[in-house]
Design a protein around this ligand. Structure first.
Ligand code: SF4
Length: 500
């Protein structure tokens, strides 16, 4: 284990809000630290060993490198909870934030202020291609993206934005559009008023609005455009494009410390400071506080968690959460899920975007589905019926149950655009598809509808359970079609208007 990794683990063991964060270190009062055996230095001015360089005293009073103590002793976090309470579950209380409304026509999306966590996405088409971009936005919106961001990177793209909006209106897609600006946003918003009007929100990267004396002027021009057109903004800091002047200032301040922070802590501080100072500047320029959303994106899981915990602690603006450059395939999904789950569980995050790199020819809507699945599996929102399926093992050597699980999952998601309106509440339904008798009947009984397929050597029959009771048995070649019909009947009878 590396030294930094040990420190991060150590910090993570502290209860949220416990102790005081100093960049990369959390200093705690003696007795507060869960790693009390490891933190020999807490006796020294109540400072936690996790934030210090050098050597420490071990439990036998010997001096040894700090890392060896951390490696040897990683006790489980302790809690002071009474032991006679029932085991609880669910996420922590949501962080209180102001609500910012993003609207287009009658469609209003509240971010923060206690509203459900919003799923958003971003196109990867050339925005100047109005038709191609409108089609991808339609696909993202139909998949469930509640906001869609498009890059507005040049005059051609800015000129296309009103046409994109028009195309979407013709297709009946009222999803609010967010314009992503870098370098020339102040010019584009000024030169293309119809673009400024057609967008429902502007994303401003304070590290990419200009340099030197121009920076403040150009940032102010963008905020003034937001005020003029009455649009909310996301002040989106990214560590790949951090405001270099601000970073230099924070580094200078760090150099004056008697014990300078590690470079990583300086970077965290610069990210958080950039977001908050630019939000304060926007308010000074006349933008209402409830028109501001913040983000501080980084590409490392532990970095993201550390930065957002601190950002959440220091302000009450709603927070846009996402791991930037998460990557491709399972790595991107796992990294995003790991980072966002920790923060969402702590009540941090008001809107999410999953920045997956699509495989060549891959479907852009995947990032929407992954975002929804993170929220739904955490119990924060419901978007579509969930399919519970066993992984399969040597007890089932055919692919019948895999095919059935895949078919039913695709069927359920495909029906949702219609079902959502016709069968309110259906998004909370659970369907179990199990491979054999070992866990099949038991798991199926916990679902609204469950089917236990025959494993190798079992009788070729598939009992179907509805609301915990075995209702029928399917046999033969058409099990998938017949099970689908059973599911549809259940949906109609339990979620249709007549059932209300
Ligand atoms: S339910 Fe049966 S087939 Fe599925 S994993 Fe368990 S034992 Fe294997």
């Amino acid at each position: 284990m590396g030294r930094n990794q040990a420190r991060r683990q150590h910090r993570a063991a502290l209860a949220p809000g416990q102790g005081r964060q100093y960049g990369n270190s959390r200093h705690v009062a003696a007795g507060q630290c869960h790693h009390r055996q490891s933190c020999r230095r807490r006796r020294d001015a109540a400072r936690c060993a996790s934030g210090l360089e050098g050597r420490v005293e071990n439990q036998r009073g010997q001096i040894e490198p700090e890392i060896s103590v951390m490696e040897r002793e990683m006790p489980m976090p302790q809690t002071n909870l009474p032991t006679n309470l029932p085991i609880g579950s669910g996420p922590s209380v949501r962080r209180l934030s102001r609500g910012a409304t993003i609207s287009y026509g009658e469609r209003k999306i509240m971010v923060g202020g206690g509203a459900p966590v919003v799923v958003q996405s971003m196109t990867n088409t050339d925005t100047a291609d109005a038709i191609g971009t409108a089609i991808q936005i339609k696909d993202l919106a139909r998949a469930g993206s509640e906001l869609v961001r498009i890059t507005v990177n040049n005059p051609e793209a800015a000129a296309a934005v009103p046409a994109i909006r028009e195309q979407l209106d013709k297709m009946g897609i009222d999803v609010p559009l967010v314009g992503d600006f870098h370098y020339n946003g102040h010019t584009l918003l000024n030169d293309f008023p119809e673009c400024a009007q057609a967008l429902s929100k502007y994303r401003i990267n304070p590290g990419n609005v200009g340099k030197g004396a121009k920076r403040d002027t150009q940032y102010a021009q963008m905020i003034e455009a937001a005020c003029r057109y009455d649009k909310p903004v996301r002040i989106g800091v990214n560590w790949g494009s951090l405001d270099q002047a601000l970073l230099a200032r924070i580094m200078d301040e760090n150099a004056l410390r008697s014990q300078p922070w590690l470079a990583q802590a300086v970077m965290y501080e610069a990210l958080v400071t950039s977001a908050i100072e630019n939000a304060q500047r926007a308010e000074e320029l006349g933008l209402a506080a409830d028109r501001i959303i913040l983000s501080c994106k980084v590409s490392g899981v532990q970095d993201l968690i550390a930065v957002y915990r601190e950002l959440a602690r220091r302000c009450d603006y709603p927070l846009h959460l996402g791991l930037t450059e998460a990557g491709m395939g399972s790595k991107g999904i796992v990294a995003s899920t790991a980072a966002l789950s920790v923060l969402l569980q702590e009540g941090i995050g008001d809107t999410i975007r999953i920045s997956l790199t699509p495989e060549p020819g891959g479907d852009r809507t995947r990032e929407v589905i992954v975002g929804q699945e993170i929220l739904q599996t955490m119990g924060l929102r419901k978007f579509a019926p969930m399919v519970i399926a066993c992984p399969g093992c040597g007890r089932t050597t055919s692919t019948v149950f895999q095919d059935l699980a895949d078919k039913i999952q695709t069927y359920l998601r495909d029906q949702m655009p219609v079902w959502k309106k016709a069968y309110p509440g259906v998004e909370g339904m659970n369907v179990a598809v199990m491979g054999c008798i070992v866990n099949g009947p038991g798991e199926s009984k916990h679902a609204n509808i469950g089917i236990s397929l025959p494993g190798t050597g079992e009788s070729p029959a598939a009992p179907v359970f509805i609301d915990g009771e075995k209702k029928l048995t399917l046999r033969g070649e058409r099990i998938a079609e017949e099970f689908q019909a059973v599911v549809l009947d259940y949906v109609k009878s339990h979620y249709g208007q007549a059932a209300a």
